[in-house]
Design a protein around this ligand. Structure first.
Ligand code: HEC
Ligand code: HEC
Length: 347
């Protein structure tokens, strides 16, 4: 009897030991990072980002997230990407026309929100950057932004006690290099999808507009959607919406990149998703409120050879129409996105 009990105990201990060995083995021989599938929200176009060249993985995204929030990417440690791209402002800079960078200097443009970039083939207000995997080089090296050089950033990451292991988890070896850093940042940024606003829920049949919102939506479709095209709420083209040349910034927009006169004063049409959170508005942040923007479209448009033909007759709205349009714009706020822990500062 006693012997039988012992045998059972022995067998149980053996089984437990075997299970433990096996679970260790599983970790040791793990076949690399965990793939993540990008989900296109219903009704969205096909994303433009080439996921085959930089397959999304949990480890890659999590490395990118850590880099995005890490001051070590800047010269004095104070200017991580997230200092200008704040989650509660849909990753624009809250309440600043221009953002602060290194040595108390200002950026020369208003910081755009970061979301739905998997659909953008060109970045920045003038489209001067043609790939999200090189974009971070611009802010890291700009003397008025992060003011650091890439070699130094890489050395800092190599010396960090956590990064080499995270690079290994994401890319197979502990090698820390700029290409991997850029791929990880891109993985994080392309997963920042904002498609959970009331507007989206209405489109998907999960909610309905109030009468005021619905009237605002109709106005929007008639007066704004030709450029702020659904569902991204930008057609990603460059257009002149009638603002005059800024007296100090002297920013000619798209012409800086193409050197063509016909591109003078054209800027990338911004998405109006989360627009209530991303004030101030326009490439130079000159307007602080939606009302100022609507005043511009009604009475402020400056005529010029490159003014968009859709705006030659301005956009004049009655007081009621304004209220309705603003009600619609409110439905574009994605409170799920700005509270999404996957995009928040890692602990
Ligand atoms: C000092 C403020 C500042 C910092 C720091 C900063 N950015 Fe930006 N970001 C901006 C501004 C301003 C723009 C607009 C630039 C332009 O249009 O010329 C911008 C534009 C962008 C865009 C283009 C968005 C679009 O819709 O075209 C991306 C992507 C981006 N930043 C990512 C990053 C990443 C990644 C980092 C960190 C490596 C970073 N930014 C650091 C201010 C900043
Ligand atoms: C002809 C194309 C066009 C039309 C029509 C148009 N917009 Fe725009 N909109 C633009 C462009 C281009 C910009 C960016 C201009 C710049 O920064 O220099 C812009 C910027 C904005 C911004 C600033 C967003 C930000 O994040 O900075 C708001 C808000 C806006 N438009 C709202 C509207 C509304 C509301 C309507 C309809 C009443 C409308 N627009 C009609 C082209 C257009």
């Amino acid at each position: 009897m006693k012997k039988k009990l012992l045998t059972i105990l022995f067998l149980c201990a053996g089984a437990i030991a075997w299970m433990q060995v096996n679970s260790c083995k599983k970790n040791d021989t793990k076949a690399g990072p965990t793939p993540v599938t990008f989900t296109t929200p219903p009704g969205f176009p096909v994303p433009q980002y080439s996921f085959t060249n930089n397959p999304l993985t949990q480890e890659g995204i999590s490395l990118g997230r850590r880099l995005f929030y890490d001051g070590q990417l800047s010269k004095d440690g104070n200017f991580p990407c997230s200092s200008c791209h704040q989650q509660f402002a849909a990753f624009a800079t809250f309440d600043h026309d221009l953002s602060h960078g290194f040595n108390n200097q200002f950026t020369t443009r208003n910081s755009p929100g970061i979301f739905n970039l998997a659909w953008h083939t060109e970045l920045h207000w003038d489209g001067g950057i043609n790939h999200i995997e090189v974009q971070p080089l611009a802010p890291i090296t700009a003397s008025n932004e992060m003011a650091e050089d890439i070699g130094t950033v890489i050395n800092k990451l190599k010396a960090d006690n956590k990064y080499p292991a995270q690079f290994k988890a994401a890319f197979g070896t502990e090698e820390v290099n700029s290409q991997r850093m850029l791929k990880a940042l891109a993985q994080f940024m392309v997963t920042m999808v904002s498609a959970n606003s009331k507007y989206d829920k209405v489109r998907n049949g999960q909610a309905s507009f109030t009468n005021t919102e619905q009237s605002g939506y109709t106005i929007f479709q008639n007066k704004c959607a030709a450029c702020h095209k659904e569902p991204l709420l930008t057609d990603l083209s460059y257009r002149n919406n009638g603002m005059d040349l800024h007296p100090f910034l002297l920013d000619n927009g798209r012409m800086r990149i193409t050197n063509k006169k016909e591109d003078s004063l054209k800027f990338k049409v911004p998405s109006l998703r989360n627009v209530l959170l991303t004030f101030p508005y326009m490439h130079d942040g000159r307007f602080y409120s939606i009302d100022q923007v609507l005043n511009h479209y009604a009475t402020g448009i400056i005529s010029s050879p490159t003014l968009d033909p859709l705006l030659t007759n301005k956009i004049v709205l009655t007081t009621t129409e304004r209220t309705q349009l603003k009600a619609f714009l409110t439905t574009l706020t994605d409170s799920v996105f700005i509270a999404d822990k996957r995009f928040a500062q890692p602990q």
